[in-house]
Design a protein around this ligand. Structure first.
Ligand code: PEP
Ligand code: MG
Length: 591
C-alpha cells in the first residue's frame, strides 16, 4: 500500500509529552445528504428503511445510556432522555413519512429537511431550555442519518475501547467528563489556547496535548497515524518510520528524566539556601486524587468542583457533594485540600435548563457572581464543604472575586450557612480558612484591602492574564499575546504577593503559570509561598527549586521588574538560569 504523505502542523503545546498512535476522530462536522427521486414502488421500502433506522438508533442510544449509567451515574445517563424523546416524536416521524410519500424523495433527504425545520424553529425561541433541545435534535439527527447512509454511527467518546489520540474540534467539559481516560493517548483540537479547559484537563491527567490547530479535524483521515509532541506543540500526520524512531527515542529520554524526577517525590521543595515553598496539586476530577501523593504534592491547592455540575440537567444535591468533599479530604489527610466553590461560566457551560447563553461568557454571569445570585445552589455547596471540614484539613476559596464587597458577601453567606449548621448541631471546622482567588485585575489592584478579609490568596493566572492583557484564554488566534511574562502580569502578581505578606497571609498560585519552570523561578523570586500545579509536573518543579538559591531568584526578580517586554523577561530569566545551572539548564526547563 502506498504510504500516505507526511506533514507537520504547528499548534499550541498544552500539555507536555509525546504520544504516537492511531486517532479517534470525535465530533466531525455533518455529512452531506443527497436528494434522490423515488419510483412509486420504492416508497414502502424507503419508509421501512427510515423506521428501521429509528429503531436501531434507539437501541444504540439505550445501550449507551446504560453504559453511562453504569460507568458514571444515573444522572449523567439522563442526558440521553431528551435524545430518546426526539426519536419517539410522532409528529416528526409522520412529517418525514408524508414527505417521502408525497414528494417521492429518499428517507435521508426527507428526514434531514424535516429535522432542519424543527431545529430552526427551536433555535429561534427565546427560551434557553428549548433552544438547547435544538442541539439534542441535531445530535439525534446525525445518529439516524449515519445509519441511513450506511455509515457506522459516530461513536460516543465513552465507547473508546482502544488506546488512541483524540482528535476533536474542541472537547467540552461534559465530553471530557465521560471520557474513558485510560484509553486516551493524547488530545489534539482545532481550537483552544494553553489554558483552555481541554488543555488543563490534559495537563492534569499528564496526557500530551496540542491545541489550537485550527482545522486538524478536516485535514486528517480516520486511518492516519499521528505523533504529537505536547512540549513542542507539534503534530506530525503519517510520520515516516525514521521520524517515528526519532520520537520514540525522544520519548525514552523523557521517561528516563521522569525516573530521575520520581526519586524526588519524598524530598522537600527547598532551595539550596533553605527557603521552603509548598508544591500542591490542582485536581479537576476525583480520578486524579491518587496522583497527588504519587507525584509528591503536599495536598491540593485547587480542587475544582465543576465536574460534579457539568453534563447534567439538575444540580448535585448536598449529600452527593458532601461525599465527594469528605472523600478527598480523607484521602489527602494530614495534608490540606483547598476546595474552590463553583466556578461555572467562561468556557465551562452548564447544561441545566435555566442557564442563559451569554455574548461574553468570560465577562458574564460566572463563578462567584452566579453563586451569590443563586443562594440555593451556593449554600448547598457551602453546607457540603463545611460538613466535610470536620476532618480539619479543608479550606475554602471563592473564584473570580472582583472586589471587597463581593468577598464580604460570599463570607456572609458562609457565616449564614455556619449558623444554620450550628442550630442543627451539625459539626464543622469552626476555624476553617477562607481564601480569595485573585484572577481579576481589580482584585489584584485592591489586594491590600482584600488581604484584610481573607485568610489566604490564590492567584489564578489563567484568568488574570486573560483579563489584564484582554486576551481570550481559549482563542488560538490571539494566543501569541497570552504572555505570562508580560510586565503588567508580573507587576500585578508582585503587588498581590506583597499585599498578602504585609497582612501576614500566605499567597499561592493555582494558574498554569506556576507549573512552568521558567516562570516558577521568577515566582520564587517574587516570594510566592505555594505553587499549585497539575500533579504530574510537581517533580520537575521540585527539581528546579532544589537546584537554585532563593537569593538568586530574588536578584533575578529585581532585574526583571526593570524590563519592558515579556520577551525580555524570558530571555533574561533563561540567561540567568544558564549562568547558575550551567549547560544542563535546559533539562530543568524542558520535559
Ligand atoms: C485560573 O484562572 O488561573 C484558575 C486556576 O481557574 P480556572 O483555570 O479554573 O479558571
Ligand atoms: Mg479562573
Amino acid at each position: 500500500m502506498k504510504r500516505k504523505t507526511s506533514r507537520k502542523i504547528k499548534g499550541i503545546g498544552a500539555s507536555g509529552g509525546i504520544a504516537i498512535g492511531p486517532i479517534y476522530l470525535a465530533g466531525r462536522e455533518e455529512f452531506s445528504v443527497f436528494k434522490r427521486r423515488l419510483s412509486q414502488e420504492e416508497i414502502p421500502h424507503e419508509i421501512l428503511r427510515f423506521e428501521e433506522a429509528l429503531i436501531s438508533t434507539r437501541k444504540s442510544l439505550v445501550s449507551l445510556q446504560e453504559e453511562v449509567s453504569k460507568k458514571l451515574s444515573y444522572e449523567h445517563a439522563r442526558i440521553f432522555d431528551a435524545h430518546l424523546l426526539v426519536l419517539e416524536d410522532r409528529a416528526l416521524i409522520e412529517d418525514v413519512i408524508t414527505k417521502i410519500k408525497k414528494e417521492k424523495v429518499n428517507a435521508e433527504y426527507a428526514f434531514s429537511e424535516v429535522i432542519k425545520k424543527y431545529a430552526a424553529a427551536l433555535a429561534s425561541l427565546r427560551d434557553d431550555y428549548l433552544k438547547e433541545r435544538a442541539i439534542d435534535i441535531n445530535d439525534v439527527a446525525k445518529r439516524v442519518l449515519s445509519r441511513l447512509v450506511g455509515k457506522e454511527e459516530e461513536q460516543s467518546l465513552l465507547s473508546l475501547k482502544e488506546k488512541a489520540i483524540i482528535v476533536a474540534h474542541d472537547l467540552s467539559p461534559a465530553d471530557t467528563a465521560v471520557l474513558p481516560k485510560q484509553n486516551v493517548l493524547g488530545f489534539v483540537t482545532d481550537i483552544g489556547g494553553r489554558t483552555s479547559h481541554t488543555a488543563i484537563i490534559a495537563s492534569s491527567l499528564g496526557i500530551p496535548a496540542v491545541v489550537g490547530l485550527r482545522n486538524i479535524t478536516e485535514i486528517i483521515d480516520e486511518e492516519d497515524i499521528l505523533i504529537i509532541d505536547g512540549s513542542e506543540g507539534t503534530v506530525i500526520v503519517n510520520p515516516s518510520p525514521r521520524v517515528i524512531e526519532e520520537y520514540k527515542l525522544k520519548r525514552t529520554q523523557q521517561a528516563r528524566l521522569k525516573k530521575i524526577f520520581s526519586l524526588l517525590r519524598r524530598e522537600p521543595a527547598k532551595t539550596l539556601d533553605d527557603k521552603r515553598v509548598t508544591i500542591a496539586a490542582n485536581v479537576e476530577f476525583p480520578e486524579e486524587i491518587p496522583l497527588v501523593s504519587e507525584w509528591g504534592c503536599e495536598g491540593i491547592g485547587l480542587y475544582r468542583t465543576e465536574y460534579m455540575f457539568l453534563g447534567r440537567k439538575d444540580f448535585p444535591q448536598e449529600e452527593e457533594q458532601f461525599q465527594a468533599y469528605f472523600d478527598v479530604a480523607r484521602e489527602v489527610k494530614p495534608d490540606t485540600v483547598i476546595i474552590r466553590t463553583l466556578d461555572i461560566g467562561g468556557d465551562k457551560f452548564l447544561s441545566q435548563p435555566d442557564m442563559p447563553k451569554e455574548i461574553h461568557p468570560f465577562l458574564g454571569w460566572r463563578a462567584i457572581r452566579f453563586c451569590l445570585a443563586r443562594p440555593d445552589i451556593f449554600k448547598t455547596q457551602l453546607r457540603a464543604i463545611l460538613r466535610a471540614s470536620v476532618l480539619k484539613n479543608v479550606k475554602i476559596m471563592f473564584p473570580m472575586i472582583s472586589g471587597v464587597e463581593e468577598l464580604k458577601q460570599a463570607k456572609a453567606m458562609l457565616e449564614e450557612t455556619k449558623s444554620e449548621l450550628r442550630k442543627k448541631k451539625i459539626g464543622f471546622d469552626e476555624n476553617i480558612q477562607v481564601g480569595a482567588m485573585i484572577e481579576v485585575p481589580s482584585a489584584a489592584l485592591t489586594s491590600d484591602f482584600l488581604a484584610r478579609e481573607a485568610d489566604f490568596f490564590s492567584i489564578g493566572t489563567n484568568d488574570l492574564i486573560q483579563y489584564s492583557l484582554a486576551v481570550d484564554r481559549s482563542n488560538e488566534k490571539v494566543a501569541y499575546l497570552y504572555e505570562p511574562g508580560h510586565p503588567a502580569v508580573i507587576s500585578l502578581i508582585k503587588s498581590v504577593i506583597d499585599s498578602g505578606h504585609r497582612h501576614g497571609i500566605k499567597v499561592g498560585m493555582c494558574g498554569e503559570m506556576a507549573s512552568e519552570p521558567l516562570y516558577a523561578f521568577i515566582l520564587l523570586g517574587l516570594e510566592l509561598d505555594e505553587f499549585s500545579i497539575p500533579p504530574a509536573w510537581a517533580p520537575k518543579l521540585k527539581r528546579l527549586i532544589r537546584a537554585v538559591k532563593f537569593s538568586d531568584a530574588i536578584t533575578l526578580a529585581e532585574k526583571i521588574m526593570r524590563v519592558s517586554t515579556a520577551k525580555e523577561v524570558e530571555k533574561l530569566t533563561r540567561n540567568f538560569l544558564k549562568e547558575i545551572l550551567g549547560n544542563k539548564y535546559k533539562s530543568y526547563l524542558s520535559e
